[in-house]
Write a protein that binds this ligand. Structure first.
Ligand SMILES: Nc1ncnc2c1ncn2[C@@H]1O[C@H](COP(=O)(O)OP(=O)(O)OP(=O)(O)O)[C@@H](O)[C@H]1O
Ligand SMILES: [Mg+2]
Length: 961
């Protein structure tokens, strides 16, 4: 099938990812709802703030334009209870000069003639002079809003003075102006009654009206302009946090890595996220403006719709690309909320500073404005402030689209217009987006992969050519290789393979039948430093793969076996570019895994089933296959049928539309296998594909893999020896980062197995085989006869025995004798009471265990790892891990001049490490055995109290038997 490439492939990937993003948003409705509709809630809050502020300022005209002020005509003296914060009992007014009868009459007239309400006598208090009044006010304040001081100079002159507390106060949002409320009424009343008294006409009167000046609003307030920046920032933060969390989750769950391995273009990835989120942002911005208009804010009604919409859209878009950039520094999605909250707090503070006028005024240096404008919330706050000021009173016209590039008349020292703010937001949007892509490339991912700091200066990055050149250097992650002990492999097959590959590598030739040439691949994980409380713990670098040389043929399944932690997954990760190699190289169909360009070519022809499933919980199997098929570049017309076929192959048709999050472990594995095989890759890596599958499904997947073998190279790792035996053309067993053996299953069994296994079953006195019926049990005599027959002819003892059968392990060196031996045994079947004889090679499992033990033994010897062996005799010995025959020191006697030894039985625990499972009875050390002690072990053991066992080379014992 011809795969798409170039711009077509990028476009196809872009559309598939866009679809994925839309599905993920749809499946995560709650966050999408918050992103789109949170503005309604916040605008409602702003509305509440606006109402509260309006009612508070209702009694003052400072916030209004006053063109035709209303006159207050002859206001009456109000009851003292009307004064804010007065103490009861209170007095409507106090007066001094009570020694004058004429003044007393005037005051009585004031009380009687107060318009609308005569003042009772208990609401007025009198004093002789102003000093007494002052003393009273001082000793008992807040009982009276005003005082009149009368002095009768002569018959025609009465002077008076007024004393009031002129401090304006506010209570529950209402201002009290003491001049208009208390001073003027007292003044009018005093003047009126003095005039009447002097003229002698009790009805003498005049109309007095008081007005403030007509004035524009002396103070302005726009709820949107002042509270808006914080609230709209909060709205943008929803999108910001969701965006960071989506990007980081894909990175954290290695989904991005999985897509990259399949050949995803970074440009398609970023653009798909950008387009989808920009679409959501567009709707969110539209809703914000519409909701604002719905609440009848002058801010939204009087400023131009396009001006507002563009501002909200550009700001949220800017926050989006800012989120893209921030996400490249974060590795855990759980940190998204913390980062979002921190940005919000910083934004809130800088916006506050911006609203107070910094630095968008002529008094500040230009460079301060430039620095300040890089943080999107600041520019946004400035724009809201300008637009808010432009609509702070109902008469203001706001800023229209045509006046966006002009300074408003409300700003005295205007340094930035709305259009300038648009330009800034647009340019910083591009800046963050480009930085996001750049940082994404140069910051190492979870596996340590990154490009060099100047990767974009490398022409091959743009041309896509030069894939077989090894890259490296100071700015690349592939630096100098840490030293790994360079020991030639002990196995002749591995050595032969290594020599061939080295030879081919030296002459830079690759056999046309070779799919992968692994040239001394090494991987060292760097050590880590954990800074804890008071101490700093450093772990040394770990050599996970220590130089592997191997050719993998086309049309073959290469099976990599090995205990846990052997380095199998690391090899696959190195070959698929998941993790950078630290030494050596590998060529896949001629492209080097150490070259970025080579890797991008390799990705187009490989399929990977990782050890741990990498799937989106929210996507179904079908959606996964559609997505990966599109990323791989399958022609769009074939994707549907290919996905259906793949689903049928892995028996997931019935669960095709169920979300992968609800799949069982085995179903997820099957989906991962299907994903690995989609798009007909030339090279497939299957890392433990059948783990967790039931036997029926496993066999089914074996069939799939067997079919997939045609026309492609497959690397398979497994812990099932049966699987390796059935599927593989070639097997290599790895342990401790090195290849220990390589060859076909038969070759390994014959080379590393203990030999042949002969099972002899008895027929029970020749009449029956029921183990229940004792009368039909085979006689002891027959068993002994067979045992001695094997001992005499082949010198072997049974490894297992019971009344029904005997199992013998026949070493390889006895192979020439076997034909004759078994012919004779068959002839004497009746005589020995034998019902059946089975002969087979030792199992792969046995080979595996032998190799693993051997590797463990080697590394224990090198590292000096010791374990304690508790003998049944009560003695304890320290022995190297994996040692099979161990001499017990101090057991030399006259009977056993060389002392005694035991055979130690080992088993591997769940984590693959060897542990002692038991030991044989004590036997004398044969005379031919050489007894030596590894010096490194002796040194270590000498520090401990338990004595060190004497390690005996097993070949010496086995050859001697
Ligand atoms: N990212 C890492 N950082 C440090 N050490 C690592 C890292 N990944 C793997 N290792 C170590 O490298 C060694 C090889 O690991 P690897 O996963 O390749 O083993 P494996 O052969 O695949 O084992 P298994 O059969 O359990 O899958 C292990 O000892 C492991 O602890
Ligand atoms: Mg593994």
């Amino acid at each position: 099938m011809e795969l798409q490439s170039g711009a077509r492939l990028a476009a196809q990937q872009y559309l598939a990812l866009l679809r994925k993003n839309a599905i993920l948003t749809w499946r995560n409705k709650r966050s999408a709802f918050l992103q789109l509709f949170s503005s309604l809630f916040f605008i409602f809050l702003i509305f509440c703030i606006d109402r509260a502020v309006r009612s508070r300022f209702a009694s003052t005209t400072a916030y209004k334009n006053v063109y035709d002020p209303e006159a207050v005509v002859s206001p009456p003296i109000p009851p003292c209870e009307d004064k804010f914060f007065t103490k009861v009992p209170c007095f409507d007014f106090a007066w001094s000069g009570n020694s004058s009868a004429r003044v007393a009459t005037i005051v009585a007239a004031i009380m009687r003639n107060n318009p609308g309400r005569s003042i009772p006598s208990d609401k007025v208090i009198s004093f002789r002079n102003s000093d007494e009044v002052d003393a009273w006010l001082l000793s008992d304040p807040m009982h009276c809003p005003g005082v009149l001081h009368f002095v009768e100079r002569n018959a025609t002159v009465i002077s008076y003075g007024i004393q009031t507390n002129s401090t304006a106060v506010a209570r529950r949002g209402t201002y009290e102006d003491p001049t208009f409320k208390f001073q003027i009424p007292l003044q009018i009343a005093a003047e009126r009654e003095i005039a009447r008294s002097l003229i002698g006409d009790p009805n003498f009167s005049w109309m007095v009206g008081f007005k403030e000046f007509a004035h524009p609003a002396t103070q302005t307030f726009s709820a949107v302009g002042q509270a808006g920046p914080t609230f709209f920032l909060a709205i943008a933060m929803f999108g910001f946090v969701f965006q960071i969390s989506s990007l980081v989750t894909e990175k954290e769950l290695k989904l991005r890595q999985a897509m990259s391995i399949m050949g995803l273009y970074d440009s398609a990835y970023w653009l798909s996220w950008l387009t989808w989120e920009a679409f959501l942002t567009l709707i969110a911005a539209l809703f914000t403006v519409l909701f604002g208009m719905m609440f009848h804010f002058d801010f939204f009604l009087h400023n131009g719709f396009a001006v507002l919409f563009l501002l909200f859209f550009l700001f949220q878009l800017n926050m989006l690309s800012f989120a893209f950039m921030i996400s490249t520094f974060i590795t855990k999605s759980a940190s998204a909320t913390t980062v979002g909250f921190s940005i919000f707090i910083i934004g809130f503070l800088t916006q506050l500073v911006t609203t107070f006028g910094f630095p968008y005024a002529t008094g500040f240096k230009r460079y301060l404005r430039v620095i300040w404008s890089f943080f999107p919330p600041n520019l946004f706050a400035k724009a809201l402030d300008t637009l808010g000021q432009a609509t702070s009173t109902p008469e203001d016209k706001g800023i229209s689209w045509s006046s966006r590039n002009q300074c408003t008349t409300y700003e005295e020292d205007c340094v930035i217009t709305i259009e300038d703010i648009y330009r800034w937001l647009l340019s910083t949007f591009f800046l963050w987006f480009i930085l996001a892509i750049y940082f994404d490339n140069i910051i190492p991912n979870a596996s340590g992969v990154r490009k060099s700091v100047f990767y974009f200066l490398n022409p091959s990055y743009w041309t896509g050519k030069g894939g077989n050149k090894v890259e490296g250097g100071i700015c690349s992650c592939i630096g100098s290789t840490p030293p790994v002990e360079d020991v030639a492999p002990s196995d002749e097959d591995v050595l032969a393979e290594e020599t061939i590959v080295k030879h081919q590598a030296a002459s830079d030739e690759i056999d046309p039948s070779t799919a992968v040439q692994v040239r001394g691949l090494m991987k060292t994980y760097p050590g880590t430093t954990n800074v804890g409380c008071c101490k700093c713990k450093r772990t040394p670098p770990y050599h996970a793969v220590k130089g592997i040389w191997v050719n993998l043929a086309k049309d073959q399944l290469f099976c990599l076996l090995g205990p846990n932690g052997a380095g199998k997954t690391t090899v696959i990760n190195c070959l698929t570019g998941i993790t950078p190699v630290t030494g050596g190289d590998a060529l896949i169909y001629g492209y080097s895994v150490r070259s970025n360009v080579g890797m991008s070519n390799i990705r187009r022809m490989i399929g990977v089933c990782p050890q741990f499933d990498i799937l989106w919980d929210a996507l179904s199997a079908e959606e996964h296959l559609h997505l990966f098929a599109s990323i791989k570049g399958l022609p769009p017309s074939t994707i549907k049928s290919v996905a259906e076929k793949s689903l049928a192959e892995v028996k997931l048709t019935n669960a095709a539309n169920v979300r992968a999050g609800s799949y069982s472990g085995g179903m997820k594995r099957r989906l991962s296998v299907a994903v690995a095989l989609i798009g007909d890759p030339k090279m497939v890596f299957l890392d433990e594909p059948t783990t967790g599958m039931d036997p029926i499904t496993r066999r089914h997947v074996w069939d799939i893999i067997e079919d997939a073998k045609k026309g492609r190279a497959i690397v398979l790792t497994t812990h099932s020896m049966e699987e390796a035996d059935i599927l593989s053309d070639r097997i290599a067993i790895m342990a401790k980062g090195k290849l220990r053996c390589i060859g076909t299953s038969i070759r390994l069994k014959s080379k590393f197995g203990t030999g042949y296994i002969a099972n002899v079953s008895f027929s029970g006195n020749g009449t029956g085989q029921s183990p229940i019926n004792n009368s039909t049990a085979p006689s002891e005599h027959h068993l002994e006869q067979v045992k001695s027959f094997f001992k005499d002819r082949l010198n072997v003892d049974p490894r297992e025995e019971n009344r029904q059968f005997l199992t013998f392990v026949i070493p390889h060196d006895k192979e020439p004798l076997l034909t004759e031996f078994f012919a004779e045994l068959q002839d004497r079947e009746r005589e020995f009471g034998i019902s059946d004889i089975q002969l087979g090679l030792t199992t792969l499992e046995e080979v595996f265990l032998n190799i693993a033990k051997q590797a463990e033994l080697e590394s224990s010897a090198a590292e000096g790892n010791l374990v304690v062996l508790n003998l049944s005799s009560g003695t304890s010995l320290q022995i190297p891990k994996g040692a099979r025959f161990v001499g017990i020191p101090g057991t030399e006697s006259a009977d056993y001049p060389r002392g005694v030894m035991v055979e130690v039985y080992w088993e591997q625990d769940d984590s693959g490490t060897l542990c002692v499972s038991g030991h044989s009875s004590e036997i004398p050390i044969p005379p031919n055995v050489e007894l030596t002690r590894a010096p490194s072990l002796s040194r270590r053991a000498s520090r401990a109290r338990t004595p060190l066992g004497i390690v005996i080379d097993p070949t010496q014992i086995l050859n001697g038997r």
